[in-house]
Design a protein around this ligand. Structure first.
Ligand code: COI
Length: 355
């Protein structure tokens, strides 16, 4: 290992949660990773400490101008007791693309992955192994320098926390209802849509609340200019199966380059299916639903994994997909992906990294 981190173990370990009732992101493990950055000194003092509150100056830049980023990935326990991370170097690379956009200093990608491995290893007993569960890993970086002018900070913290999780949606792997949002937008060209920053998510809450009030789990975002092209579903990338073509939005700056999105495209291509990364109008989705060629819609993400869509709510009408049932492609993708992630299916893509 290129990097070594000091480890201070907790004197008061917490009881582990019941794996049968795990929710998403409600419980946290006993330890966390912290590292500091200072201009002129670089990233330094990486350490693993007991999980607990962080001290922040009330003038810390992150609290005022939101200079921060976050990532999400998972660790899984295999039937033979190994611990696997899924494509952590993709999160490391995306971190640096986000950092570049947010004027946050770059971080060595090997350091990023080594820090994850080290803290997951300390809390490896927290990784649940019931079907549908995993250990969600949340790395994040924020500006903790105290000042009120608007400029990039000279001091940052890189923190990693861990949360044993069940499915993101309470119903687990089942069809979701999605509200097509025409008023609010998630990302505009030239903005921060491709970066993983909290502000993108804060700005989405208004539409999410609207969707929930309509009885939907999530929002289908449309493009900011014409309010016509489908972009993402809530916190996930979106895939549409129309006839023999599987369509997802191209990575043109307003779309988050999802690790699950990339993995799904790779699997579909390996299975000989036609995947198009192209713009798709919502009206063409509705037309395909009407003429019977819309075969499936599903969302992909680290938290959501594969999340099938059974209903769209668009302009006060309900469009039911596959009679509201989960489709075969979403099922095959979910089983294959989760199988590779948990070591139950051979990883011939070279995606998993042992801790
Ligand atoms: C993830 O899928 O890891 C995400 O970051 C979504 C999150 C906002 C729950």
């Amino acid at each position: 290992m290129k990097y070594q981190f000091a480890v201070q173990k907790t004197a008061t370990p917490k009881p582990k949660p019941d794996p049968d009732t795990l929710k998403f992101g409600k419980t946290f493990t006993d330890h966390m990773f912290i590292m500091d950055y200072e201009t002129g000194k670089g990233w330094h003092d990486g350490r693993i400490v007991p999980y607990g509150p962080l001290m922040l100056d009330p003038a810390a830049a992150v609290l005022h101008y939101g200079q921060e980023m976050f990532e999400g990935l998972k660790a899984y326990k295999t039937p033979d007791g190994r611990v696997l991370l899924f494509r952590p170097y993709m999160n490391a690379a995306r971190t640096n693309r986000t950092n570049e956009r947010m004027c946050i200093p770059a971080i060595d990608e090997e350091l990023f992955v080594e820090a994850i491995r080290a803290v997951v290893n300390v809390d490896r007993d927290w990784i649940p192994d019931k079907p549908g569960t995993s250990l969600y890993i949340r790395p994040f970086i924020f500006a903790d320098e105290a000042f009120l002018g608007v400029h990039a900070a000279n001091h940052y913290k890189f923190v990693i926390i861990l949360s044993p999780v069940g499915p993101y949606y309470e119903k687990g792997f089942s069809a979701t209802s999605i509200y097509v949002e025409e008023e609010y937008v998630r990302a505009a060209p030239g903005g921060t849509g491709y970066a993983k920053v909290g502000g993108n998510y804060a700005g989405s809450l208004k539409a999410q609340t609207k969707a929930n009030a309509m009885g939907c789990e999530q929002v289908l975002w449309l493009d900011a200019i014409e309010r016509s092209y489908v972009e993402e579903i809530g916190t996930s990338n979106a895939f549409f199966v129309i006839g023999d073509e599987i369509i997802t939005a191209p990575l043109t700056g307003t779309i988050l380059p999802g690790v699950t999105r990339d993995s799904v495209i790779a699997l579909l291509e390996k299975w000989g299916m036609q995947v198009s990364q192209r713009r798709l109008r919502i009206e063409d989705v509705i037309k395909a639903a009407g003429d019977g060629t819309l075969r499936e819609i599903f969302a992909t993400g680290t938290a959501a994994v594969i999340s099938p869509v059974g209903k769209l709510v668009y302009k006060n009408s309900d469009i039911t997909i596959r009679e509201g049932k989960v489709g075969p492609l979403a099922t095959r993708l979910y089983e294959t992906l989760y199988g590779i992630q948990t070591g139950k299916i051979a990883d011939d893509m070279g995606w998993t990294v042992a801790v």
